[in-house]
Design a protein around this ligand. Structure first.
Ligand code: 8VR
Length: 469
């Protein structure tokens, strides 16, 4: 079986991680421009000031993507490039840059797939309370509308938000992302709701414009599985899926939050402040949502915690996806298992968990249109005689594409696959050490681009539409 001709083989990036040019052409400061300069927050103090300098070298990069045969490029727009202060004045140079980037993609027959919010919030808005302030949501909708009007004639796929669980969880529970707040559960749930309400409003605005494209959101997809089939661990997995998956998918796809979680949040005083009007808007926007983007890296394995709740010691390392943390309410703990495979950063490698998770999603949400908007392997790629031998990455993507193929065969509606990442880029907290790309960036040699082994491999997969998988 081959992948259908309208299935998109793509790759992704995010503005802060690739663009650099942090203060070029009138761009405003983002929360990340500030946060990465605080000592101890990132690996070796790395930041995105220059990153891969994609802002200045996008033509070269798109040409390489075209050479690889890429059918679609998922990138994000930097909000502070468009609105340096978050709202009020538009920066025409920002609009111009993304017009050029989009046109460059189209020139090469690459479908631009645009994320509006991949975590770089205008600093002015962060200072006024960030996602806890409902004004940020209003500013987002204005920014989104500006993008729809400026780019919506050529961009037919918009993702509003990338991984709400990560920027809210890392921002208000782990303190590892801006605004760097730790263990504030109430704020965590409030921020998530404000984001989802902004998403719903943006969807409604988009539909008003009749641009005949599609709009959706990208969520982390990390299905939870119990470590044993015992009753307690099974309960732990139900609990984890309710808080980690349903809480993030239900409001988008069903237009309401899951009862199970609402009840518990009410009891603990964590329920967000929301209005009936906001809840109605979620319900109104849900059926207009065209697709769901899934960022799949790993499942989580969980066990029920019995007895005393352990204190969560948050470090930069354990806040970025590796197992070992109890849930914030001390109900379950994520664990590393002896019989599973892990990356160098302790992320589990599980194409089986991917497939099983996709079945779980189908059971709950039915036949919704899905895009795999991220999937990939973070590694330190060996260079042997000048060749970047990223064989583990090839293996990783191959195994996961096989799961996608099998899912499609079973009737799951997946319309595209975006490897994370198109080119090597800045990892938010792990610097340039953790690589994901098909294209290597030589930081010692003027950011020169080099094709990795996976570049050639992916080119062949695309050319043959995954026939051999
Ligand atoms: C996703 C994010 C993306 C990347 C990839 C890989 C990190 C990284 C944490 O959660 O959307 O921006 O972020 O995962 O991992 O290393 O930068």
């Amino acid at each position: 079986m081959k992948f259908a001709n309208d299935f998109l083989f793509g790759a992704a990036t995010a503005a802060y991680q690739v663009e650099g040019a942090w203060n070029q052409d009138g761009k405003g400061m983002s929360n990340w421009d500030e946060f990465t300069k605080i000592p101890g927050k990132t690996f070796n103090g790395t930041n995105g000031d220059v990153a891969a300098d994609h802002y200045n070298r996008y033509k070269e990069d798109i040409a390489l993507m075209a050479e690889m045969g890429l059918e679609s490029y998922r990138f994000s727009i930097s909000w502070p490039r468009i609105f340096p202060n978050g709202d009020d004045e538009i920066n025409p140079k920002g609009i111009e840059f993304y017009n050029n980037l989009i046109d460059e993609c189209l020139k090469h027959g690459i479908v631009p797939f645009v994320t509006l919010y991949h975590w770089d919030l205008p600093l002015t808005l962060e200072k006024e309370g960030g996602w806890l302030n409902k004004k940020t949501g209003e500013a987002f909708v204005n920014y989104a509308k500006t993008c729809f009007e400026a780019f919506g004639d050529r961009v037919k796929n918009f993702i509003t938000f990338n991984e709400t669980v990560v920027f809210c969880g890392s921002g208000y529970l782990a303190g590892a992302h801006p605004p760097g707040i730790q263990n504030d559960v109430k704020k965590y749930f409030q921020a998530i709701h404000n984001v989802f309400y902004a998403h719903a409003c943006a969807v409604l605005e988009y539909k008003k414009l009749d641009l005949f494209g599609e709009i959706g959101l990208s969520n982390v997809f990390s299905p939870a599985f119990p470590v044993t089939d015992g009753h307690e661990d099974t309960l732990a997995a139900i609990h984890a899926n309710e808080y980690g998956t349903h809480w993030f998918y239900d409001p988008i796809l069903h237009g309401k939050y899951p009862e199970y979680v609402i009840k518990r949040l009410e009891k603990n005083g964590y329920l967000p402040d929301w209005t009936t009007g906001e809840l109605k808007t979620l319900a109104k926007a849900a059926p207009l949502n065209d697709f769901m983007g899934l960022n799949y890296y790993q499942p989580i394995r969980v066990e029920k915690i019995s007895g005393e709740v352990e204190k969560i010691e948050i470090t930069r390392e354990n806040s970025t996806g590796s197992p070992g943390n109890p849930s914030f309410d001390g109900y379950y703990r994520s664990v590393k298992m002896d019989d599973k495979r892990y990356t160098k950063w302790d992320w589990e490698i599980s194409p089986e968990g991917f497939l099983e998770g996709l079945e779980m999603l189908k059971d709950r949400y039915g036949q919704i249109k899905l895009y795999i908007t991220e999937n990939g392997l973070g590694d330190e790629d060996p260079i042997i005689d000048g060749v970047i031998c990223d064989i583990p990455r090839i293996k990783f993507i191959e195994e996961h594409l096989k799961s996608v193929k099998e899912a499609v065969k079973r009737g799951i509606h997946i319309k595209g696959y975006y490897a994370w990442s198109a080119i090597d880029l800045l990892s938010w907290l792990n610097g340039y050490k953790k690589q994901y790309g098909f294209i290597y960036i030589d930081h010692k040699n003027n950011l020169e681009r080099k094709k990795k082994m996976s570049f050639h491999w992916y080119k062949n997969i695309i050319e043959t539409r995954g026939k051999e998988l």
